[in-house]
Design a binder for this molecule. Structure first.
Ligand code: BJ8
Length: 425
C-alpha cells in the first residue's frame, strides 16, 4: 500500500470508490490542461498540486492535526479565513466540482438541488474525498436554501457551525455580520483552545490579503492585449487558492506573475491576436469543473475574467490592515466581506456594476452568464445581468449547465455560434 493509500485508509475513506476517481482525474487534467500550447513554466507548480490533489495537501493537514492543530472546512467566500488562521488553525475550501460526487448527494437531497451542493454532500457521505474526511469542523452559512438544509444533513455526520449571513447590505447588516464574525471567533477559540489576539489577527489579515493581492496581480495580467496565460490555467489557480497553504500559494503565484509580466513585455501571447475575449459571470466553478473553460478555449475564444467566487469575487477588496484592536479588526473584516456581491443579497445591483466595470477593464468582447442547474438565485439574477449587458451593447450568452458531460456537444455548438457572431461583428 503506497503512502497515499495508507493515509486514505486511515481516514476511513471508501478506497474502492475513490480509486475510480483517481483513475479518471489524470486523464481529464491531461486532456484539458496539458494539451494547451505555450503554457507558462510557472504552471508546473499547479500541475504538481493537481496531479497529487488528494495526497500532498491532505498530508500537510494531517501533519498539522498531529501537532494538535485543527482544520476547518468552508464552502463560501463569505466565511473569513482570517479568523481561523488567527487561531493557529487551517481553513480549507470544500466545495465539490465533480459529477463523481453527485449521485452520493442525490441519495439524501432532492434531484433538483444544484450540483455544487449535491457534490459537496456526496463527497462527505460517500467518503471519497480526503479533505472532507480531514476537516474537524465544517463552517456553513445561510446563503441559499439548498445549503441551509445541506448543513442539517451534514451535521448528522460531522460537526457543522453555521454563520448567519444577512441578505441585505444596510449599515445594520454589516454590523450584524461583524457580530457573526465575533461569534465565529469565539467558536474557533473554544474548538482550538487558542486565543485570537490582535497580533494574531493582524498577521492573518496580512496573510490572506497577500493571497488576494497575488490573485489580483494574476488577473491584472489577463487585462493585457497579448494574453500571457489561458483562462483555463487561471481558473485552476483560482480553484487551488481555496485549499493550498496560503503563504506558499502567494509565493508561487507571485513567481508565476513575474513570468507573465515578462511575457507581456516580450509580446508573448497564448492565443492569436484578435481572439475574442470572453468573461464568465455567475455561479462558482469548483475544482475540478473545467468544462466551460475548455469548451470556450477550444472553440476559438479565450476567457479573460471570471466574475465568480472562483474569480474576482474571491480576491477583490482588501481588509484594512491598520486596525489595532480585535473589535476594530473584526469590523474591518466584516466591511470587506460585505462588499462581495452574491446573488443571495437583495438588491444586488453592485454585481451588475461590477460586471460592467470588469467588462471594460478586461476589454471583453462578450459575456457568458453561467448558471449551475437549479441555482435559482443566479438564474433569476440573470435577468438583470442580460438586460444590463444589452443596454451596454455587450453581447451576452446565457447558459445553464451541470457537472455531467451530457450537454457538452450542445454547449459547444452554442458557444461556437456565439464566438462566430462576435467574430462577425
Ligand atoms: S458568495 S455564490 S460561494 S453562496 S450555486 S450553492 S448559491 S444553489 S455557491 Fe456561493 Fe458564497 Fe454566494 Fe459565492 Fe446555492 Fe447557487 Fe448552488 Fe451556490
Amino acid at each position: 500500500m503506497d503512502n497515499n493509500h495508507k493515509m486514505w485508509s486511515d481516514l476511513g475513506m471508501n478506497l474502492e470508490l475513490h480509486d475510480q476517481l483517481c483513475e479518471v482525474l489524470p486523464q481529464a487534467f491531461g486532456d484539458v490542461f496539458l494539451s494547451q500550447e505555450n503554457r507558462p513554466e510557472g504552471m508546473d507548480y499547479y500541475n504538481m498540486v493537481v496531479a497529487d490533489i488528494h495526497g500532498i495537501r491532505p498530508a500537510e493537514l494531517i501533519e498539522h492535526q498531529n501537532k494538535g492543530g485543527k482544520v476547518f472546512g468552508t464552502f463560501c467566500v463569505y466565511v473569513p479565513d482570517e479568523v481561523i488562521f488567527a487561531a493557529d488553525a487551517i481553513a480549507t475550501g470544500l466545495c465539490g466540482g465533480s459529477q463523481f460526487w453527485v449521485p452520493g448527494g442525490e441519495k439524501v437531497l432532492p434531484t433538483n438541488t444544484c450540483p455544487l451542493i449535491k457534490a459537496s454532500v456526496g463527497a462527505r457521505l460517500d467518503r471519497t474525498c480526503p479533505f472532507f474526511r480531514i476537516a474537524d469542523m465544517y463552517i456553513g452559512e445561510t446563503t441559499c436554501d439548498g445549503k441551509k438544509k445541506a448543513w442539517e444533513i451534514l451535521s448528522e455526520d460531522v460537526p457543522v457551525y453555521v454563520m448567519d449571513l444577512p441578505q441585505m447590505k444596510r449599515a445594520k447588516d454589516v454590523k450584524a455580520w461583524a457580530e457573526e464574525i465575533e461569534a465565529l471567533k469565539e467558536k474557533v477559540e473554544e474548538f482550538t483552545g487558542n486565543k485570537v489576539t490582535a497580533e494574531k489577527l493582524a498577521e492573518s489579515i496580512k496573510l490572506i490579503n497577500n493571497k488576494r493581492k497575488a490573485l489580483e496581480r494574476l488577473y491584472n495580467c489577463r487585462k493585457s492585449d497579448n494574453l500571457p496565460i489561458s483562462g483555463t490555467d487561471a481558473l485552476v489557480i483560482s480553484q487551488i487558492a481555496f485549499y493550498d497553504d496560503p503563504a506558499r500559494f502567494t509565493q508561487m503565484t507571485n513567481k508565476l506573475c513575474d513570468e507573465l509580466e515578462q511575457r507581456i513585455q516580450d509580446g508573448v501571447s497564448v492565443v492569436p491576436a484578435g481572439t475574442k475575449r470572453i468573461m464568465l459571470t455567475g455561479t462558482p466553478l469548483a475544482i475540478p469543473n473545467w468544462k466551460l473553460h475548455n469548451i470556450v478555449e477550444t472553440s476559438g475564444g479565450v476567457i479573460v475574467c471570471e466574475e465568480m467566487c472562483t474569480g474576482t469575487r474571491y480576491f477583490e477588496n482588501q481588509v484594512d490592515e491598520t486596525k489595532e484592536t480585535v473589535e476594530e479588526q473584526i469590523k474591518a473584516i466584516a466591511e470587506r466581506y460585505m462588499k462581495i456581491n452574491c446573488a443571495c443579497f437583495t438588491p444586488n445591483s453592485g454585481r451588475i456594476d461590477d460586471i460592467l466595470r470588469l467588462a471594460k477593464e478586461y476589454k471583453v468582447d462578450g459575456i457568458i452568464d453561467v448558471n449551475l442547474k437549479f441555482c435559482n438565485l443566479y438564474d433569476t439574477e440573470g435577468y438583470f445581468v442580460e438586460r444590463a449587458m444589452k443596454e451596454a451593447g455587450i453581447p451576452v450568452l446565457g447558459i445553464e449547465t451541470d457537472y455531467t458531460d451530457s450537454d457538452a456537444s450542445q454547449l459547444r455548438t452554442r458557444v461556437g455560434a456565439f464566438i462566430e457572431m462576435l467574430n462577425n461583428r
